[in-house]
Every structure is written in C-alpha cells, then in structure tokens.
Design a protein around this ligand. Structure first.
Ligand code: PLP
Length: 386
C-alpha cells in the first residue's frame, strides 16, 4: 500500500459532463462556464464569479482589476502586506504590477499570519493586505477585516488552497474586496486546471471579464461602468479598452466545475473526517507540531513540523516515509524568502523566523475526499520506528 499526496475525484459524472461538451463540438468559453460562474457565486453567497484558466491567473486578473478601478486604484510603488508562506503566484502578480511586498511572519501552529506581527507591519504606506488561509485553515478574518477597516486597506483574499473552509460561519474567499480560488487537480474541487475571481463589486467584475479576455468589450453587460458603447458595430466588435490577457477557461472546465461544485459539501465532509482521525493520532505526539485548526478547516493536507524539542531530524522522518511509500512535500511553497526568485522582488521583511522554521523542518502528507484511515495508520506505523 502507498499513501499519495492527491487522488482523482473524477467519476462517471465528470466523464459524462466532458463527453457532452465533446458532443456539442463547442469547446471555447461558453454557456457551461457562465453557468458554473453563477453557481459558484451562489454557493459562496457572492454576487459575481469570473472563471479563468488557473488560480494563478485568478490572482493576476484580480490584481490587475485593482489597478484599473476608476477610484482608489492601486499604483506602482504601493505597499502590500503578504505572509511569508504561500504559493509563488500569490506574490508574482503583485510584483509584476510594481507593488512593494512587505513579508510578515506566520504563526507556527496555524501557519497563517501572526496577527501581532501583522498589526506591527501596517504603515502609512500600506494599501492592501493579502490573506492566505494556508492549506484549508482559515485566517482570523474578523481581526484582519477590522484592521483593514481601521486603516482603510484593501483586503485581497487568495483562497486558492482553502475552498470550503469557514471562519465564524463565513466561507473563506468571501471577505475580501477580491477573492481568488483554484480548481487545479488535487484541490477541493477540480476542473483539471482552473480558477475563479469572486467579488461583490460590479466594477471589479466587469474589469475581470475584460482583463481575462484580451482586454476587450465583447462580453460586457449593457450598462457596464468601464466603457461607453459607441454606435459603430464594426469597431465595437473588436474594441480593446484594457491591457489584458487571454486566460479564459474552456467549456470542458466549465462542465467539470458544474459537476464538482454539487459535490463540494460531501468532498469537504470526507476531508474533515480524515482530519479528525489524523488529529486524534498526532495531537499528543510531541515530536510534531500539527496544524492547529482555526474555525472549520477544509483540510487540504496534513502538515507536520518536527518540534525543536524532538530528538529526531526531518531527514530521518523522510527516510521512514520513503520506506513505507508515503509521499510528502514542502508546505505550500515554503518560506518564499528562501527561494532564489526573491532577488527579483522589491520587498521588505519584518520577521520570518517561524516561516523559516516551517520551511526547514516541516512537510505535509496528503488529504483527499476518500477514506484515508488506512493511510493514516500506515503513517503512524512508519513514524513509530523513530
Ligand atoms: C495560495 C495559492 N495561490 C495560488 C495558487 C495557484 O493556483 P493554480 O495552481 O491553480 O495556478 C495556489 C496553488 O495551489 C495556492 O495554493
């Protein structure tokens, strides 16, 4: 037996959904994508969702919208606060649009922002806070939204690894002015590749639709606030108003999304059952710091950080896992400051001790919406020998 990092959630329904698209012979963005966007927005109680071809593209488009708003637009040189631990494409679009990144340390138990450090980092230059609920575990959104209100900051929630998590009854990915999701394979729902920008702001919605689609006006609603329609249909058909991209999803992705979103509550329930079993097995094992749940995590995976007091090394743990064919990997993208690419990024660091500790002593094993009792038992067995 082996214990994988991820398992497919596709069954007959997904195959049928894809087959229906093949039969329709219409593959580029169309009615399936539109319907999925509507259902996705409804599921999370938000006004608008715009689907794109990945969570990374969702971040890119979401950042771009904030630079093109009529009022309170971000501008190059503005300061944005980010956590030290996240995926690389949380940071790249911020950098690519000329923002200055201020990195804040994480809490070793939750793996999310250390709230005291976050408070200290806010300066008169700060314009935005980016939240990342690491691996399904919600950030303290009540405190963070209060900080944003107090200091008049934009909240950007990169929720790409935490679909279905809740904090104080509220879904993560709903508290920001803009919120992003990923539907990549192994995430809470999968469209193979895919992502969404979610917002209640009509102007941001219109901007996101244009920016994902060549920066043109083709799919703007009547009454869109971002341009004025003219009478000449010849030019209106190909009218470019924003420096955008082509990051559209296809109909296969839309159809998969429609099938998977129906299953989301069930998928999360199974992940949470596995998590309860994992926590039961490891909560009293002082060799490891496991992720401390804040709110209701959607448990992307199970993190384990070798404690300072433990007389084992991560290398010994890896050897035991290898022997039992248990797969493991870095926590999200690790401490971003320790990657070579940081030399290109205009940034400042307040403190990064915990992120660095997690980077050098932590890892995660997989969770998935299938019963992992036996896999977790294998993990317990593998770690007994140390
Ligand atoms: C926090 C975060 N942001 C962005 C992304 C990028 O999503 P994608 O892989 O769909 O491009 C990920 C991917 O897992 C992520 O974890």
């Amino acid at each position: 037996m082996s214990y994988e990092l991820a398992y497919s959630t596709f069954g007959d329904e997904e195959k049928q959904a894809m087959y229906a698209v093949i039969e329709s012979d219409h593959f580029s963005m169309g009615k399936n994508v539109k319907k999925f966007e509507q259902q996705f927005a409804d599921f999370f109680g938000k006004e608008y969702a715009v689907m794109v071809n990945s969570g990374s593209s969702a971040n890119l488009i979401a950042v771009a919208t904030l630079f093109h708003r009529a009022k309170n637009a971000l501008k190059a040189g503005d300061e944005v606060i980010v956590p030290c631990i996240s995926w690389a494409t949380t940071f790249y679009p911020l950098h690519q649009y000329g923002l200055k990144l201020k990195f804040v340390d994480i809490d070793l138990k939750t793996l999310n922002y250390d709230i005291d450090e976050l408070k200290k980092a806010i300066s008169s230059e700060t314009k935005m806070i980016v939240t990342v609920s690491v691996l399904g575990n919600p950030c303290h959104f009540d405190e963070i939204t209060a900080l944003c209100e107090q200091h008049k900051l934009i909240l950007f929630d990169d929720n790409c690894e935490s679909m279905g998590a809740k904090y104080k009854g509220c879904y993560t990915g709903t508290s920001g002015l803009v919120n992003t999701f990923s539907t990549f394979f192994s995430h809470h729902i999968s469209t193979m590749e895919g992502g969404l920008v979610v917002t209640d702001d009509y102007e941001i919605y219109c901007l996101a639709k244009s920016l994902r689609n060549h920066g043109w006006t083709r799919d703007q609603d009547e009454g869109s606030p971002i341009y004025e329609k003219k009478d000449d249909d010849f030019f209106e058909a190909y009218r470019f108003i924003l420096p955008g991209y082509n990051v559209r999803p296809g109909e296969l992705q839309g159809a998969l999304g429609l099938t998977q979103i129906k299953k989301l509550p069930r998928l999360i329930e199974q992940r949470r059952k596995n998590a309860a079993y994992f926590v039961e097995k490891f909560k009293d094992d002082s060799r490891f710091i496991i992720q401390h749940e804040t709110g209701e995590s959607s448990w992307f995976s199970f993190t384990m950080i070798v404690a300072k007091s433990a007389n084992i090394t991560r290398q010994q743990v890896f050897a035991a896992l290898d022997k039992h064919e248990i797969k493991y990997r870095i926590i999200t993208g690790g401490n971003f400051l320790e990657h070579d690419v940081i030399k290109y990024i205009n940034h400042e660091v307040t403190k990064s001790d915990n992120a660095s500790y997690a980077h050098n002593n932590g890892f995660f094993v997989g969770n998935a919406p299938i019963d992992l009792t036996e896999s977790i038992d294998l993990l317990v067995e593998a770690l007994k020998i140390l």
